[in-house]
Design a protein around this ligand. Structure first.
Ligand code: GAR
Length: 224
């Protein structure tokens, strides 16, 4: 009976490259039943990162597929692809996963692949988002959860959260403020997907059968 119930749970695979604080928020969300799913496996492309320890501590299966051991990006993506096909997860969550994925890989998992990016996309795709926002004299930074499409950081937004940039902020103080919002909105977006409320339909992020606007869903702390 217990086995039957457990097998019904949706399964998430989380891909990481580092500290895994977003992974932790997702693990906590599952444990506290905000997310009606289990983290089936954590995969890192870097050995020895703290996120793997977090998985271990939570009793979650984890593996490193070290990208440095592969001759090409395509070979690495093929290994990752094969592992994910074997796991047959309901959702693949990129949580600080710092590898660009090939279009072939992304296409194989389209609609089941989400990412969190530390900027208010379409502003500041790519790296060093916080420093670039400060250097440009922006008054706001933030975070975006989005569906992954072959265009880097270009898939439809699911939810964003803004954060004010104060005059005394540097990249690390800003990153810390943005992370607080990351840990709030990522479990929320994942719970929508797992509950069947959120999908990528005809290339658009759709929540409760409504196509979301370009900045994603309304967010209670979103001052837009
Ligand atoms: C987070 O800020 C996440 O938004 C960012 O990496 C950090 C990972 O932190 N992701 C990207 O920059 C993806 N392009 P974490 O390992 O503590 O979750």
């Amino acid at each position: 009976m217990l086995d039957k119930q457990a097998s019904k749970k949706s399964r998430i695979v989380v891909l990481i490259s580092g500290s895994g604080s977003n992974l932790q928020a997702i693990i906590d969300g599952c444990q506290h039943r905000q997310i009606n799913a289990e983290v089936a496996m954590v995969i890192s492309n870097r050995p020895g990162v703290f996120g793997l320890q977090r998985a271990e501590q939570a009793g979650i299966a984890n593996v490193c597929i070290d990208h440095k051991l592969f001759a090409s990006r395509e070979d690495f993506d093929k290994a990752l692809n094969d592992k994910l096909k074997e796991l047959n997860a309901d959702l693949i969550v990129l949580a600080g996963f710092m590898r660009i994925l090939t279009p072939t890989f992304v296409t194989n998992f389209i609609g089941k692949l989400v990412n969190i990016h530390p900027s208010l996309l379409p502003k500041y795709p790519g790296l060093n988002t916080h420093q670039r926002a400060i250097d440009d004299g922006e008054s706001k930074a933030g975070v975006t959860v989005h569906f992954v499409t072959p265009e880097l950081d270009g898939g439809p937004a699911i939810i964003q959260a803004p954060v004010s940039i104060e005059t005394n902020d540097d990249a690390s103080s800003l990153a810390a403020k943005v992370l607080i919002e990351e840990h709030r909105i990522y479990p929320l977006a994942i719970s929508w997907f797992i509950d069947g409320r959120l999908s990528l339909t005809h290339g658009k992020a759709t929540l409760d059968n409504e196509i979301l606007p370009s900045h994603g869903a309304k967010n209670s702390s979103n001052a837009q």
